[in-house]
Each structure stands twice: as C-alpha cells, then as structure tokens.
Design a protein around this ligand. Structure first.
Ligand code: NAP
Length: 336
C-alpha cells in the first residue's frame, strides 16, 4: 500500500471512529433519556395515591362544584357509587344534565341532582345557597372543586372582580360561609378545597388581588390556589370543636379540559406531557374521594394532601397572618 492510500485510509478510519463515537454518545443520551422517562413513569405509577377505603355514604348529602366534567365528575361518580345523595353544582345546566344522566346510568344511584351555580356571580352563589338550604335539611360533604385556569385576558365579573380570583377563591369562600350553619348542624361534616401544587408560584398581594397592577394568566391561577390553602387553614382554625373539618389537596397533573384556554405550541406540549405522564380523571379524583370518606382524619383538619397523604406546602401557604387577613378582606369583598 502506498503512502497516499495509507494516509487516506487512516483519515477515513479516524473520521469514521469519531462519527461512530458521536453516534454512540447520541445513542447513550437517547437511551438515558428514554430510560429516565420510563423510570419516571414507573415512579409516578407506583406512588399513585388510591383511596382504598370502601365506606358507604348512604344517607349522606354531598355538594360538588364543577361536577359536570373532569375531576369533579369522577369524584361525583365515585361518591354516587357509594350511595351518597350527590348535588352537581354547575354553571352550565345542559352539561350538568348530561353528566348526571351518565352518573345515574353508570352507578344506578338515582339520587344525583343538578343545581345552577355560577361561582363568578355572588348573586348566583347566594341564590344557590338559599335554595339548597330551603330544600335540604343536611349537608355532610362540601367539595369546592370548580376552577378556571389561564384565562387569556384579565376580565371582570359582574361584581367587578378579576374572574379567576372571583371564581376560584371568592365564590367558594362565600358559598362555604353561607352553608356553614347547615354543615355544623350535620356534623361530623367535611369541607374539601381542591387546590394545586401550582400554589407554590402564587403570592397573596393585597394591593393586587384583582390583578389590577399585573395580570399573568397562569400566575393569576396560582394566586387563587394559594388562597384555597390559606382559606382551608383559617377555616380549620375557626371551625375547631364544631365537628366540621376541612382539607385542601393537590389532585396531581390530570388529563382534563382544564388547559382549554392554552393554544398553539404550548397546548401541543402540555397535551403531550399530560397524555404521557398525567393521571386519568378517575386517578385525579382519588385524594378528594379519600378526604370525603376516610374515617379518623379529623385531627388533620386544615392540612394539605396529595396522593391520599398529608404533604407540605410552600412557606407562603403556612402564613396564618396572611390567612387571617385574606379571610377579612374576602368577607368585605363578598359583603358577608
Ligand atoms: N387537571 C389538573 O391537572 C389539575 C391540577 C391541579 C389542580 N387541579 C384542580 O382540580 C380542580 C378540577 O379541575 P379539572 O382538571 O377537573 O378542570 P375542568 O375539567 O376544567 O373542570 C373545571 C370545572 O369547573 C367549572 N367551573 C368553571 N368556572 C365555573 C363557574 N364560574 N361556576 C361554576 N363552575 C365553574 C367548570 O364548568 P364548565 O364545564 O361549565 O366550564 C368545570 O365543571 C380545579 O380546582 C383545579 O384547579 C387540576
């Protein structure tokens, strides 16, 4: 072999080796990434909280806000399966009727009713509470589940408040307070507030409760989810020794319609991640169902749960001074 051929061959082999090296590295990265994602999936499946308690709820009355779809509907389905009398408190009566028909036909429980409730309107909340108290003599479990997420623009409700804050926090604050006498009368009873891990991104700024200074759609939601936890803690304090207990929770990342206001690439990516790693709505309902039925959790009143166990919150969600002030401001805003 002459010198020239040998040089070309050596160069070719060196290049090929380098390419081969890069290719191997790429494969290693890919294998590690796929392996990592696979392990993450196994981990999330193994740590999934499932409510194993089989308690029957015959004779119990439950209200669930936003029970026409997603986590709320699956929660309602599970409680109806346990023979509870279930009231779906929903703003859209056609959707609510479809959901209740579905629940009745799948569980055989005919005690599933729908009632009109638009949490963004205080008039509607008051009307709902009045009608409920007029037609029912007990309330054992109130599940504050409904929420709006990531509204593209800052909008105001009929009462003049920012829609996310008004719906997710103020509406439930007012509803709960209006139903408290009945809950106390029916004690032992429970109030369950569906919050989210996204509360960690939220802050309660009393000069920006209505997002008048700044509005970032996802963060506006996080503020309200923080408010849900603070509300739960303050409520637990105020309800001590009444027999009414209260809990907040994170349902997990759940495949529902909650991301309906996302669009474009963001929507595509979120849907991709959720379809791979999200819980089903039934799995997402497990912690709510657990808190509704599990006996002996009364001493945890005020706590925050995820996957059917108590978990920690952000430091901001433990600030009882803020919790008390938020209560007082909410009282003023709802003219309680
Ligand atoms: N999905 C998740 O990954 C996730 C994660 C963390 C926390 N969460 C929490 O889980 C809860 C349930 O969410 P989801 O995922 O099931 O969402 P979803 O499928 O979008 O359901 C939200 C429900 O809230 C109702 N709602 C909205 N505005 C209302 C109003 N003004 N008055 C009465 N009802 C109203 C909706 O009614 P319409 O059908 O009429 O719109 C719907 O029934 C929420 O509190 C949410 O913050 C969800």
């Amino acid at each position: 072999m002459d010198q020239w051929t040998w040089t070309v061959l050596k160069t070719f082999l060196a290049d090929y080796r380098t390419d081969l090296f890069h290719l191997c590295n790429l494969w290693k990265v890919l294998v590690l990434a796929v392996g990592g994602l696979f392990l993450l999936k196994i981990y999330s499946t193994l740590t999934l909280g499932i409510c194993k308690d089989k308690r029957d709820l015959r004779g119990k009355t439950v209200i669930i806000t936003g029970g026409n779809t997603g986590i709320g509907k699956e929660t309602a389905m599970e409680l109806a399966r346990r023979h509870a009398r279930v009231i779906l408190a929903c703003r859209n009566q056609e959707k609510a009727k479809l959901a209740s028909d579905d629940i009745v036909s799948l569980t055989g429980n005919k005690n599933v009713k729908i009632m009109k409730l638009d949490l963004s309107s205080q008039k509607s909340v008051r009307k709902f509470a009045e009608e409920f108290k007029r037609t029912n003599d007990r309330l054992d479990i109130l599940i504050n589940n409904a929420a709006v997420f990531a509204l593209r623009e800052r909008t105001l409700t009929v009462d003049g408040y920012e829609t996310t804050f008004a719906t997710n926090h103020l509406g439930h604050f007012l509803l709960t307070n209006l139903l408290l006498d009945l809950l106390k009368k029916s004690a032992p009873s429970r109030i369950i507030n569906v919050s989210s891990e996204s509360h960690r991104l939220g802050t309660i700024r009393f000069d920006n409760l209505n997002s008048e200074r700044s509005y970032v759609s996802d963060i506006a939601y996080s503020h309200t989810k923080l408010a849900n936890i603070l509300f739960t803690r303050e409520l637990a304090k105020r309800l001590a020794r009444t027999g009414v207990t209260t809990y907040s929770l994170h349902p997990g990342l759940v495949c529902t319609d909650i991301f309906r206001h996302y669009f474009g690439v963001r929507k595509f990516l979120v849907n991709l991640v959720i379809s791979m790693y999200g819980k089903t709505a039934l799995q997402g309902a497990q912690t709510t169902v657990f808190l509704a039925v599990k006996p002996g959790i009364e001493s945890f009143s005020g706590s925050y749960f995820s996957d059917c166990k108590v978990v920690g919150t952000s430091a901001k969600a433990m600030d009882m001074k803020i919790a008390q002030k938020l209560w007082e401001v909410s009282e003023e805003m709802t003219r309680l």
